[in-house]
Design a protein around this ligand. Structure first.
Ligand code: HT7
Ligand code: ZN
Length: 882
């Protein structure tokens, strides 16, 4: 497929100042009249106007009211010989019912929705479909009044009324200029939860959450989250809501999580609907952060948008950072903040680090793409957020807020670049370390790959001095063999076993218990003074940079950090390093699998579990073993079955060795009170759920029926979905005989709730493969009447959950890969964007040991040879095979 390059960017040859759209909505033939005021961009050489289109039927083109000649060049409509300014009128039709890609205008459960980011607007009408063309939009919607009683678009409702033939209309005017990717309409039978608010600064707004009428009782948490978001952005950054009316609409057919269309956010139901009976704590948290994320885009993305799609992280990295901070600030306690940070870093390490080490590795600001939808990645989003976090680490909270304020002062209403953001941060903080190293800092945008930082320390007892040498390298990535040094902030403390953090001075400065070391050279020394005892260095506190830290700490040193580090992130990290070391030794050694973990590690986990000064959520994280995919990433030649066997053995060992402690943990944290999704009570449920899973696992070995019986009882009488799901998962994951009746009951209870049925599919597809039966189970579920691959949530719940289940997917006979290819090709025929995500499952095939590697390679080649592959999937598989 043709490649689009960042270096080829040129400003548009024309501007579109106003757009007046008129829709006659009809499921099979929607008519779109698009009237634009167009102006030549005098700063560009004269050239024809090339408008983007995709799967449109063109009926008429008028320039200044007159018919005109035009050409088609592929999907583009080309008009030549135009005056400098003119009215352009284009009349097209499209077929929403046949729109299975869910991009552009489509129908979901008899309701019209749009999705325009990144390039969906061209599927609605011909346009300059690029984010640097901003226009004022007005929209008139006409539709059958009974079938589509609610008609919504961006901005303010200025007129509505009844038409002949049972139709009605609504006219919307958006007071804000916007790029077309932020355009949206919705039409259907919906009900709204409404909330009027007065903000801190005294302005009044109407917040509305639209859902199908039967779902209104599941919108309270989303509304609360939205109100918190409005208040937080004003309090933390002084960013006010700029709309009289802010609407959120939920649909069950959506390719991603949600979309920040100006004033009319469209959400996947997964990130709106929640009740204690149907949603887990993880779902409640997901809603809070996605509602926050889309709301925060109103400034970071909408008021200031991207010049081109290579700058995607300008809005996405920044907005992920903002939603992470929002959730942390709402969490309130230091421990709950740390839990959120650990969860975010886990995602980064288990998904983004592999991406950055694989064939799809790309910089936070990519240099080229064939299909932009393939670049909505964890690198652009999550690593991008880490880059933004490093500005805050280097500048401090206040300096960062000043930088953001300058960014808005300079660029409000503009379409800009990552360089503009970096410049504002630097200019607002003259003399800062960032300003000093700005060009070098910007390598985070241009160089792919996860840097490696190696730390070596030396203690001079006599001089009470500790010298730390930090050095950095970065592995080669596709197209980037050599890397220049990054600017890496390393927050460091020195912990003296038995004494805790030492207050030490760095290079003769003021004593403190934590210092931000800024590594800019390939290798650098940092000298700490007044170090009164031999310390264990606690480095990269709070995960202050997205790097891999190589540090040769002994087991005893790691145990000391786990017990005593004042930084909860690094306490958790020390525990994970210890577990990882022992698990990897078991994977690579030939030893017996009965007990991969050493006694001192198990004892340390026991004492963490029993500590009274730690939150339950934090304990649950410490007692959770590193994932199979994270373990696999540490290996050069991966045998997924061996990794699985070792991790399962370690789980069984923990279940056995801590049996009494798990029973205590379950009894102590079981909560029978009314459900609240706050961090303390959700942490208790998380630990109780982990304990129950361990106890049911142990029962497999001992034949005990008490804990499986308790779990089964819980599947029947749990007061909330978190507990019900955990109990069902405990039985399913242990392959217990009670799993089947529990699943049947679960399905019967929630047969009408699509999001819960998604969980039902996902749970089974992600369950451990016992005796090679997982693939057969998934194939059977594919034939279940509730399965529908055209619904992205359902496809993800079954097929993606299966490919994310390493031991089930990576079979020695390669049958998991064959299944993957068949599903991939089937989905690609109707929804390439979802298929391309599925295609990523074999990104890391070159790391696999035989026979997996050859089997995976063979299936990838078959996919590549398929004659009618989408450009989305082609880009992924060609990179994987390169
Ligand atoms: N900005 C939104 C991106 C998005 C999207 C992109 C491509 C195809 C479908 C999509 N739906 C939403 C989501 C966000 O980051 O907020
Ligand atoms: Zn976003």
């Amino acid at each position: 497929p043709p490649v689009i390059r960042r270096e080829d960017y040129a400003p548009p040859a024309y501007w579109i100042d106003t757009v007046d759209l008129s829709f006659d909505l009809d499921p099979t033939k929607t008519r779109v009249l698009n009237r634009m005021r167009v102006r030549r961009n005098a700063e560009q050489p004269p050239q024809p106007l090339r408008l983007d289109g995709d799967e449109l039927n063109l009926a008429r083109v008028l320039v200044n009211g007159q018919g005109t000649s035009f050409k088609m060049d592929g999907d583009q409509l080309v008009l030549d010989g135009l005056p400098d300014e003119f009215d352009l009128e284009i009349f097209t039709t499209c077929n929403p019912e046949k729109n299975t890609k869910l991009m552009g205008l489509y129908l979901s459960q008899d309701t019209f929705f749009t999705q325009c980011e990144a390039e969906g607007f061209r599927r609605i009408t011909y346009f300059l479909d690029r984010p640097d063309v901003m226009a004022s939009f007005s929209v008139t919607l006409r539709a059958d009044r009974k079938r589509f009683p609610v008609l919504l678009s961006n901005g303010n409702l200025v007129e509505q009324g009844v038409l002949e033939d049972g139709r009605h209309f609504a006219k919307w005017v958006d007071p804000h200029r916007k790029p077309c990717y932020l355009f949206a309409i919705v039409a259907g039978c919906l009900a709204a939860r409404e909330q009027r608010i007065v903000t801190e600064s005294g302005s009044e707004h109407l917040l509305q959450i639209y859902v199908r009428p039967g779902d209104l009782d599941k919108t309270e948490h989303a509304m609360q989250s939205l109100m918190h978001s409005v208040a937080w952005d004003e309090a933390r950054f002084g960013l006010k809501l700029d709309l009289e009316r802010f609407m959120v609409v939920a649909t069950s057919d959506f390719n991603m999580g949600a979309m920040e269309n100006k004033g009319l956010n469209i959400f996947n139901t997964k990130y709106v609907l929640a009740s204690p009976a149907t949603a887990t704590d993880v779902d409640f948290d997901g809603i809070e952060s996605v509602i926050g994320h889309e709301y925060f885009h109103n400034w970071t993305g909408n008021r200031v948008t991207c010049r081109d799609w290579f700058q995607l992280s300008l809005k996405e990295g920044l907005t992920v950072f903002r939603d992470q901070e929002f959730s942390m600030d709402l969490a309130r306690t230091a421990s709950a903040r740390a839990v959120k940070r650990i969860e975010d870093v886990r995602v980064l390490r288990t998904v983004q680090f592999p991406e950055d080490a694989g064939p799809m590795a790309h910089p936070v600001r990519p240099d080229q793409y064939a299909e932009i939808n393939n670049f909505y990645t964890v690198t652009v989003y999550e690593k991008g957020a880490e880059v933004v976090r490093m500005y805050q680490t280097l500048l401090g909270r206040e300096g960062f807020a000043k930088g953001l304020a300058l960014y808005f002062e300079r660029h409000d209403g503009q379409a800009v670049t990552c360089d503009d953001f970096a410049q504002a941060m630097s200019d607002a903080n003259p003399g800062s370390t960032l300003a000093l190293h700005l060009d070098q800092f910007k390598r985070w945008y241009s160089q792919a790959g996860t840097p490696r930082v190696t730390a070596v320390g030396q203690y001079d007892a006599e001089g009470q001095r500790y010298t730390l040498t930090l050095s950095q390298t970065c592995p080669a990535t596709p197209g980037q063999a050599e890397k220049q040094p990054f600017v890496i902030p390393v927050i460091a403390g020195l912990v003296a076993p038995g004494q805790g953090d030492l207050a030490v001075s760095l290079h003769g400065g003021e004593p403190a218990t934590a210092h931000t070391l800024v590594l800019t050279e390939p290798s650098q020394q940092f000298v700490f003074e007044r170090v009164t005892a031999e310390p264990v260095p606690s480095l990269l506190r709070g995960f202050s940079a997205p790097v891999v830290l190589n540090q040769d700490l002994s087991d005893a040193e790691l145990l000391a950090l786990l017990a005593q580090d004042s930084d909860p992130f690094n306490a958790w990290e020390a525990g994970q390093r210890l577990l990882m070391r022992q698990l990897l030794a078991a994977v690579t050694g030939a030893g017996d699998l009965a007990a991969p973990l050493q006694a001192d590690a198990v004892a340390a986990l026991r004492s963490t579990l029993r500590r009274s000064d730690l939150d339950a959520a934090f304990k649950a994280l410490v007692l959770t073993l590193p994932t199979e995919s994270y373990l696999a990433e540490q290996l050069a030649d991966v045998d997924p079955q061996r990794v699985h066997a070792v991790r399962e053995a370690a789980r069984r060992q923990l279940a056995r060795d801590l049996a009494a402690d798990w029973a205590w943990a379950f009894d102590e944290h079981e909560d029978n009170g009314s459900y609240r999704p706050d961090p303390v009570s959700s942490g208790r449920r998380s630990l109780a759920g982990l304990a129950l899973g361990m106890l049911v696992e142990l029962a497999r070995e001992t034949g005990d029926s008490v804990w499986p019986g308790k779990a089964y009882q819980r599947t029947k009488d749990a007061g909330n979905m978190t507990d019900r799901y955990a109990a069902t998962a405990a039985l399913v994951n242990a392959g217990h005989a009670l799993a089947q009746p529990a699943l049947t009951r679960f399905h019967d209870l929630f047969a009408d709730d699509a999001l819960v049925i998604d969980k039902w599919f996902a749970l089974q597809a992600a369950a451990p493969d016992r005796g090679g039966d997982a693939l057969g189970r998934v194939e059977a579920l594919l034939r279940h009447p509730d399965f529908n691959a055209r619904n992205p949530n359902r496809a993800r719940s079954l097929i993606f959950s299966f490919t994310g289940n390493p031991a089930a997917f990576h079979r020695t006979d390669g049958a998991g890969y064959t299944f993957w290819r068949e599903q991939l090709l089937a989905i690609d025929a109707f929804n390439p964007q979802v298929a391309a995500r599925l295609a990523r499952a074999l990104d890391r095939w070159k790391k696999l040991a035989e026979p997996y590697r050859s089997a995976a390679h063979g299936e990838l080649q078959k996919v590549a040879a398929h004659p009618s592959l989408s450009k989305d999937v082609r880009e992924i598989v060609e990179k994987a095979l390169a």
